[in-house]
Design a protein around this ligand. Structure first.
Ligand code: GCU
Length: 684
């Protein structure tokens, strides 16, 4: 398999004999202590990669750390057990779960120490990354601990093999309503994920339909267990999305009322079944009372009642309930200006803060609406102070070009993570709320909807792999920079040519602003074709029931979400963010239409009117999209032919489709506003 299948784990023979020799001297023998499946993975990954890069299989040692060179790794426990020597200056005492230390002097062994088996595996991948990207391994003093406990990928895969909002082929887990028998591809996926520290995965869609409801039944659990084992060997726990109405649909009860004793007894028995087959099972992901999915509201119960009942059933086995906050009224009337979808999650969940069990995590989308290219941060971050939280991002590019357009999302995620909620004064970032550090909540982390399918390069657009990689790196450490991550991914994926590295990194970094500048303007969102959400359609959702309006008419555009005259959404933020969004003067340009309804002649901070901004950015964005093709062509010689072709095909399509966006939006707003473009460019 080629064309991007290896992803960023592209180990190649090191051609430079001098460099190879230098690495070989240190890495020609190894010892990874321990026996668990994860340790076994660490050992084989290390040996295989070294073999490829150095051209010789490393020798396996089995001494007790007295060797004068080689790679020696294991958990602190395993070192202690075999009475091996640990260098004194390693300070292993405060190494958190999954953390590791890589320590080496100019000569002598390279030490890998970790608190857990996962940590050993992560240390191995880290060391390999150094070799793969040509870095010196003389004196090493590396210490890493993940900021987030849970680093999770959600799959929206259905058992018929389709993927909801999938743009990279079919499911790698399911086909024809069964779990796939050949698990090689799942293993290769697990390997990619483990290499960047992912430790949890939910394999089925949050919309749990009839077949998927049966995943927790005995005919299917043996196959679920096999998939769990594949992931388990890479330190990844398996979760399943479950149907809240399961007791009715597969349990023969006539209610799913969370407070009914038969219902809780059913879920308790169910947990026992599951753990009998899958002892490492992570827990449930639940979408309830959302977009026609069943939930506790049917029985007049609230979401804490629902989540806690499931949590109590899983608690004896150490399982989690990941309960989604994407709950809103999807049967709205466009005339109704008081109901505001953006308010919904906070209105539902803020009053329940502190009422959830400590094995429940509330999974909150980064924005209050639904993964638009530009949204403010969900006010639940900072709003909830006594509840475990999980930040939910969308890697699959539903609203950001569907893996046909280049859109590197890390800068968008960074903005969300760095956003200051001021919940406990300055510096109360979303990253710290999600990790649990801000309020000292027990569990926390980041989850994202995966962009992977059975496509040859996994992600449809080969460069969309950067988003999968980038999410995982941020989940490990939200303080990493978007540029740093892009450069790292590019170096690993495309190899040593510095010019190619620079061009690709720059293309990635420009791509989000390019995409934003030809699609829906100034934070207003949507304007897409209904259903599949690809391509421009300004009024596509304007008169439907989903609550996603822009309210454009001949006088102006935007949603008044102020406390003073609108839906009051701004009031969900703490000061000073509340004031900043409430005030027309202070509101940042890029979110103006999310918070305010303004005339087309309203002047932005940039000095331009809203209408002129719409025209200018659409023209510029389209030109910049076309330039991406030229930039890509400039490095043709350094890129694998198949990847070059795949990316080029998509960039050409993006440039074409950007023109459509430009023209559809410009014409619509020119006609609505009656105001001409100052520069007299072609508007149809
Ligand atoms: C979006 C998406 C749906 C998905 C939903 C969710 O609305 O379009 O396909 O089910 O988000 O996150 O639950």
């Amino acid at each position: 398999r080629n064309g991007g299948y290896e992803g960023w784990l592209r180990y190649t023979h090191i051609e430079d004999a001098y460099k190879r020799e230098a690495y070989s001297v240190r890495c020609s023998q190894l010892q990874i202590m321990g026996e668990s499946p994860v340790i076994h993975t660490a050992r084989t990954e290390l040996a295989a990669a070294l073999d490829t890069m150095l051209g010789a299989k490393p020798r396996e040692m089995n001494g007790t750390g007295g060797e004068s060179f080689g790679i020696i790794g294991g958990t602190i426990d395993s070192f202690t057990r075999c009475e091996a020597r640990i260098p004194e200056d390693c300070h292993l005492d405060e190494l958190g779960e999954d953390g590791y230390v890589i320590q080496a002097e100019e000569t002598g062994p390279i030490w890998l120490f970790a608190a857990s088996d996962n940590g050993v595996l992560y240390a191995v991948y880290h060391l390999l990354r150094l070799l793969q990207t040509d870095q010196p391994i003389g004196k090493l003093s590396i210490r890493e601990t993940p900021v987030n406990g849970l680093r999770m990928l959600d799959h929206w895969d259905n058992m018929d093999g389709t993927i909801e909002r999938g743009y990279a082929g079919n499911s790698i887990f399911f086909r024809d309503n069964r779990i796939v028998a050949d698990r090689d591809r799942i293993r290769d996926y697990a390997r990619l994920l483990a290499s960047v520290g992912i430790n949890a995965v939910a394999i089925n869609n949050v919309n749990v339909h009839r077949e998927e409801t049966k995943l927790i039944t005995e005919p299917l659990l043996p196959d679920v267990a096999k998939v769990a084992d594949v992931f388990g060997a890479y330190g990844i726990r398996l979760y399943l999305s479950v149907n809240f109405a399961s007791p009715i649909e597969i349990g023969g009860l006539d209610t799913a009322d969370p407070l009914h004793p038969d219902v809780s007894a059913w879920w308790r028995a169910k947990a026992k079944d599951i753990y009998r087959y899958v002892p490492t099972f992570g827990g449930y992901v639940v979408k309830a009372d959302s977009e026609f999915r069943p939930g506790p509201f049917t029985y007049g119960r609230n979401h804490a009642d629902g989540a806690n009942m499931l949590a109590d059933a899983l608690a004896p086995f150490g399982g989690h309930v990941i309960w989604r906050c994407f709950v809103y009224n999807c049967l709205q009337d466009w005339r109704d200006r008081s109901t505001d979808r953006a308010r919904a999650a906070y209105d539902h969940f803020k009053p329940l803060d502190g009422q959830f069990r400590d094995n429940v995590l509330l999974q909150i989308k980064n924005g209050p609406m639904d993964f638009q290219v530009r949204e403010p941060v969900s006010p639940l971050f900072g709003g909830l102070s006594r509840t475990n939280q999980l930040l939910e991002l969308q890697i699959t590019q539903e609203y950001t070009g569907q893996q046909r357009h280049l859109c590197y999302l890390v800068p968008q995620w960074k903005e969300a993570l760095d956003f200051d909620t001021f919940a406990r004064g300055e510096g109360s970032t979303v990253a710290s709320a999600a990790s649990g550090a801000l309020f000292g909540t027990k569990l926390g982390g980041m989850a994202a909807v995966s962009n992977v399918g059975d496509d040859s390069c996994w992600t449809g657009h080969p460069l969309a792999q950067a988003n999968l990689f980038g999410f995982a790196r941020l989940a490990w450490n939200p303080a990493l920079g978007a540029e740093e991550i892009a450069a790292e991914w590019t170096a690993m994926t495309f190899g040593a040519d510095p010019e190619a590295q620079r061009v690709i990194t720059d293309m990635l970094l420009d791509s989000l602003t390019i995409y934003e500048s030809y699609t829906a303007p100034l934070g207003v969102g949507w304007m897409v074709n209904p259903g599949h959400h690809y391509g421009p359609n300004v009024d596509g959702y304007e008169y439907s029931k989903w609550g996603t309006y822009h309210f454009a008419d001949c006088n102006g555009i935007g949603v008044d979400r102020t406390v003073r005259s609108g839906t009051g959404y701004t009031g969900q933020y703490a000061l000073p963010q509340y004031e900043r969004y409430e005030s027309l003067e202070q509101c940042p340009d890029e979110l103006l239409l999310f918070f305010h309804h303004v005339p087309y002649t309203h002047k932005l901070k940039s000095g331009k009117t809203v209408i002129q901004h719409i025209y200018d950015t659409r023209f510029e964005g389209t030109e910049r999209a076309a330039m991406l093709v030229t930039r890509w062509d400039s490095i043709k010689r350094s890129i694998d032919a198949e990847i070059y072709r795949l990316v080029r095909e998509r960039l050409v399509q993006q440039a074409e489709h950007a023109k459509e966006w430009r023209d559809v939006l410009n014409t619509y707003f020119c006609r609505k506003s009656g105001i001409a473009d100052e520069l007299g460019r072609t508007i149809y």
